[in-house]
Design a protein around this ligand. Structure first.
Ligand SMILES: Cc1cc2nc3c(=O)[nH]c(=O)nc-3n(C[C@H](O)[C@H](O)[C@H](O)COP(=O)(O)OP(=O)(O)OC[C@H]3O[C@@H](n4cnc5c(N)ncnc54)[C@H](O)[C@@H]3O)c2cc1C
Ligand SMILES: NC(=O)c1ccc[n+]([C@@H]2O[C@H](COP(=O)([O-])OP(=O)(O)OC[C@H]3O[C@@H](n4cnc5c(N)ncnc54)[C@H](O)[C@@H]3O)[C@@H](O)[C@H]2O)c1
Length: 467
């Protein structure tokens, strides 16, 4: 059998694998990239891209109903669901060339379309080709976790992998799981005209600060998304009937959005001496597995987001190619849920900051209605929350219009270790929603400058001495 020898072998051509392969090849390493399915992985084919395209269509439909306060007669949108899904497919097709085999071969990467499996600690088999590499990167991602609910296997349930091939709008979409996938898809379908019921075993958006999540959930309720929290799904029967607590729900379609499971099966990780956990592959701070020649990045290493996959990739290029120290800093990673209003977080939530910093923590709040642009746009439902320890931000939570855009400034502040003065001192164009960030930083200085007797006394003294 022929054995290919390479500097770096990457398993999985999703957000994580593509980023590390492109980076390494463009910096001069020889790279083999192995993908068993579609180039682009989950984000392009079943995740971020189709979901954001669907959300954009739903936003258009919703806007048509919202004109009255602006003096524009509202319209009931006539939704052609099949055409909406065509828009989703076109969006994927427009972005796909960036992730294509051809483009990556153009970087000099040897792309092999096969299932990869470790056959020793330093070799894999990929469809009959042996590959021996100086370093491996496991970037095999995650798949929908389908809970063991009685009867579920007997109904044609949807997941984020199959949703995009629907051609008819669900009359009544039942959604199991009130996390980011469940709620983004619930609101989008409601806005496109479906009745939607979400069944959540715990708290909806349970990972997020409850005060911030409540702002999103209130809007979802107002738009007619029914969310049953702390409700267990007992059984599913054809029809589609879902036993949710004491209630039997009748739906036309069922979407399972109950979390993710890591793609570790069939990889031969045990043969390679790579240890796993229920959450994926075990990695150290530098994303090395229990076999030091093998890294794991992206969802398989607990990443959860495309931008985290890209961040992981950058660290591995540094470490695997140049043997430079590289340590992941989870505290600087932002996340956003693209419901309307959006919900975004970087660093610690209030509860996490309190647990870590105790009474050194100061918390500042700023509602969106303090922003002139938001008022003009009637988009004042929102809140920013700033967690500060000794003049430095340790976390920011934002719920409201463009929260995903606004959090970027705070991601920079946390990653660069900026003090609040840097943000408060920056000049932002008026009137932008982005001014909220400067104003939020300013809330830290307001009591110190404007409600401070010493400052007032000093001002009085200086004024008396000035000519
Ligand atoms: C509905 C949905 C919406 C999302 N929205 C967002 C969003 O808005 N923003 C955001 O940041 N994130 C979002 N995410 C998360 C994001 O999609 C993932 O974090 C990201 O795709 C992870 O990239 P990855 O490379 O780790 O894994 P993947 O994209 O899953 O890629 C892994 C690849 O490895 C391949 N593979 C697996 N096993 C093998 C094997 N043995 N041999 C060869 N190949 C193999 C798979 O076929 C796959 O192509 C969303 C996810 C979903 C499901
Ligand atoms: N905007 C984004 O960046 C974005 C969007 C979608 C997904 N993602 C990524 O994908 C991940 C997965 O998203 P997700 O929403 O599937 O997972 P999740 O784990 O965040 O949420 C799943 C929810 O389902 C509930 N659940 C599980 N089993 C259940 C059952 N039997 N009955 C009722 N409820 C049940 C859980 O309590 C949880 O609240 C996210 O955590 C995130 O990393 C990101």
């Amino acid at each position: 059998m022929q054995t290919l020898k390479t500097d770096l072998c990457v398993i999985g051509a999703g957000s994580a694998g593509l980023s590390v392969a492109a980076g390494a090849a463009q910096m001069g390493a020889s790279v083999v990239l192995v993908e068993k399915g579609e180039m682009g992985g989950d984000c392009l084919n079943h995740g971020c891209v189709p979901s954001k395209a669907l959300i954009a269509a739903a936003h258009r439909a919703h806007e048509m109903t919202q004109g009255a306060p602006f003096g524009i007669a509202p319209e009931v949108p006539r939704v052609d669901y099949a055409a909406v899904m065509d828009h989703v497919a076109e969006t994927i097709a427009r972005i796909a060339p960036m992730d294509s085999q051809q483009r990556f071969e153009g970087f000099g990467i040897n792309v092999i379309r096969a299932h990869a499996r470790f056959v020793s600690p330093r070799e894999i088999d990929a469809g009959g080709t042996r590959i021996a590499a100086r370093r491996f990167v496991v970037a095999t991602g995650s798949s929908p976790m389908v809970p063991p609910i009685p009867g579920l296997a007997d109904v044609p349930y949807l997941t984020n992998e199959s949703l995009w091939s629907l051609r008819q709008r669900p009359e009544h979409l039942l959604v199991i799981g009130g996390g980011p996938i469940g709620l983004e898809m619930a609101q989008a379908h409601r806005r496109l005209g479906s009745a939607v019921t979400v069944i959540e075993a715990g708290r909806a958006l349970g990972r997020e600060d409850p005060e911030m999540a409540a702002i999103v959930l209130e809007r979802l309720h107002a738009e007619g998304v029914r969310i049953l929290e702390n409700t267990t799904v007992g059984a599913v029967r054809p029809g589609i009937q879902v036993q949710a607590g004491d209630e039997t729900l009748h739906g036309s379609h069922l979407l399972v959005a109950a979390g993710r499971k890591p793609n570790t099966d069939g990889l031969g990780l045990d043969v390679a001496g790579v240890e796993t956990s229920p959450y994926g592959v075990q990695v150290d701070g530098g994303l090395r597995t229990t076999n030091r020649r093998i890294y794991a990045i992206g969802d398989i290493a607990g990443g959860g987001f495309t931008h985290v996959a890209g961040y992981h990739a950058g660290l591995v290029v540094r470490s695997a190619l140049f043997a430079l120290p590289a340590k992941a800093r989870p505290q600087i990673l932002p996340r956003a849920t693209y419901t309307a209003p959006e919900l975004a977080q970087v660093g610690l939530t209030e509860a996490e900051a309190l647990a870590k910093h105790g009474d050194r923590l100061e918390v500042y709040r700023l509602p969106h209605d303090h922003n002139d642009r938001a008022v003009a746009q009637r988009a004042t439902q929102g809140l920013l929350k700033l967690m500060v320890v000794r003049g430095r931000p340790v976390g920011v939570s934002i719920a409201g219009a463009q929260a995903g855009e606004l959090i970027g400034t705070w991601a920079l502040a946390l990653s660069a270790g900026l003090k609040l003065g840097a943000l408060a001192g920056a000049v932002m164009p008026y009137p932008t929603v982005g001014e909220l960030n400067k104003r939020l930083a300013g809330t830290y200085f307001t009591p110190r400058l404007f409600e401070n007797e010493t400052v007032k006394k000093v001002t009085g003294l200086v004024q008396r001495w000035l000519p």
